[in-house]
Design a protein around this ligand. Sequence first.
Ligand code: AMP
Length: 112
Amino acid sequence: MSDCIFCRIADGDIPAEFIYRDDKVAAFRDANPQAPVHILVIPREHCESSAHVDDPSLWSVLIDRAVKIARELGLEKDGYRMVINTGEQGGQSVPHLHLHLLAGRNLGWPPG
Ligand code: AMP
């Protein structure tokens, strides 16, 4: 979608600090990091939110890539968190499905 910021990032039209990219997924650093490591993992094909996923195989791709990125960055030793905000009360501000990969500090629970 040409008016979607994350589609434009995935297509290289808007700059981002990419961590990983393949034909299905892109991962880049969050512009407003909430932890020392804060990476967004997104499907390259536009999908509004977790509530709009038609093909359940997308989940295995998205989570597989996030776990591999975490492994590549050595995050599993101290741990990390994966978060998918969905809709208004879920705290989603960008209407393109994205998984937050957070690490590098003690992450509080319950979330705010
Ligand atoms: P959410 O609130 O779950 O929708 O998360 C959206 C995230 O996208 C926020 O953490 C923002 O900081 C991040 N974000 C928004 N615009 C950009 C951008 N151009 N590059 C990188 N991250 C962004």
